[in-house]
Design a protein around this ligand. Sequence first.
Ligand code: T4K
Length: 367
Amino acid sequence: MENKILVTRSSMPPYEEYIEAIRPLWESRWLTNMGKYHQELEEKLKEYLDVPQLSLMVNGHLALEMAIQAFRFPEGAEVITTPFTFISSTHAIVRNHLKPVFCDVKPEDGTIDESKIEELITEHTVAIVPVHVYGNVCNVEAIQEIADKYDLKVIYDAAHAFGVKYKGKGIGNYGDASVFSFHATKVYNTIEGGAVAFSERRIYDRLYNLKNFGIRGEELVTEVGANAKMNEFAAIMGLCNLKRVEEVLKARQKKYDLYINKLEKVDGIRFFQRKKEAGNNYAYFPILVEGDYILDRNELYDKLKESGIFARKYFYPLTSDQACFKNQYRNVQLKTARKLSSQVLVLPLYEELNESEVIQICENIRR
Ligand code: T4K
C-alpha cells in the first residue's frame, strides 16, 4: 500500500554527517571492543542521562539480562514484575533462571501497582523489576520503601524512559539499576543498543566482565561472561543522534500535543496520566479505547489499517499470557493489566510524522 503510516520511523542524522563521522574507522580499523567512540558515548550518555555510572551494551535486552545477572541471585528465586510490557522484560528474568511473579498494574498509567507488591513477597523473593512503560514513571518512592523493608533489589526496565527526569533527577538514579534501550524504534537510537545505569562501582566491573567474556588481561579470564559490547558504528550513530536529541524531542512533542488536542474530547478515548514531577520524552502515544467508543480496540486497529495507518497493540497479549509463559508461574489476579492490554493502541509518533498526518489519523478515529 502507498502512503503507509507506520507506528514509528527511525530517527537518523544527515547521511553526510554520519559518513564523515565513521571515516576515521577506515584509518584506525578499530571497530569494536570498547573503542574510542564507545568510551566517548558512555561518558556523554552518563552526562545526558544524569546518572552516576553507565555501562553501554549491544542492545536493551542484553542490558536487562546482564543487569539482573550482575546481582547474582540464587537460581529459582522469585522476581516481582509486570506483564504489561514488551516480552523482553520477562525473558530477561527467565533467562537468568529466575521465576517471574506477575503483579497487576495501575489503570492511570500502566505501571506496577505498588499496593499489590507486598502480598506477593515470599521468602524466595529477591528483586522487583518494574517497567516505566511508555516512559510513565513508576512510584519509585513506594517501591524503594518496600525493597528496603524486605531487602530486595530494584532493577528498572527503563527501555522507554530515555532522558526522562523525575523530581529533577535522571530516572536512572532510582533503584539499584535502570536499563535503557537505544533500539532503532526508540526516541534515541544507536541502531541497536542499550545501557545499564547504576551507582555502585562494583556493578560496573561485573557488567564489564559479563559483556566481554570476563576477560581481564591477555591471559586472564576471571568470570564467565558473554559478548554484549556495542560496536563503533553503533556508538558513532549514538554520538550523532545525541547532538540532535533535543530537536527530535521537540518535534515529537508537537505531534504529541496535537494528538491530545484532537482526541481529548472523543468519547471513549482515554489517555494515560503522567506524574506531575516527571518529564515526558514523547516516546509513544498510547490511547485506551473504552466502552463509550463506537468500536472496540481491535475494530479500531483494523479500521485504521484499512486506511494505511499501522497503529500497534503495545502491549497485547500480556507477557504472562504468551505461549512460552502461560500457566507456568504463580496464578495472580491481573485484572487491570488484562483490561488495559485489551484497550490499548499505540498511535504513530515520530520526528518526521507530518502534522497533517496526525490530523488525518485523528479524523479517522473521530469518524
Ligand atoms: N524492555 C522493554 C519494555 C521494551 O519495550 C524493549 C524493546 C526492551 C526491553 C528490549 O530492548 P531492545 O533489546 O529492543 O533494545 C519493537 C522493538 O524492536 C523493541 O526494541 C521495542 N522494545 C518494542 C516495543 O518494539 P517490534 O517487534 O514491534 O518492532 P517492528 O520490527 O515491528 O518495528 C516497529 C515499527 O518500527 C515498524 O513498523 C517500522 C519502525 N522501524 C522498525 C525498525 C526495525 C523503523 O523505523 N526502523 C527499524 O529499523 O519491536
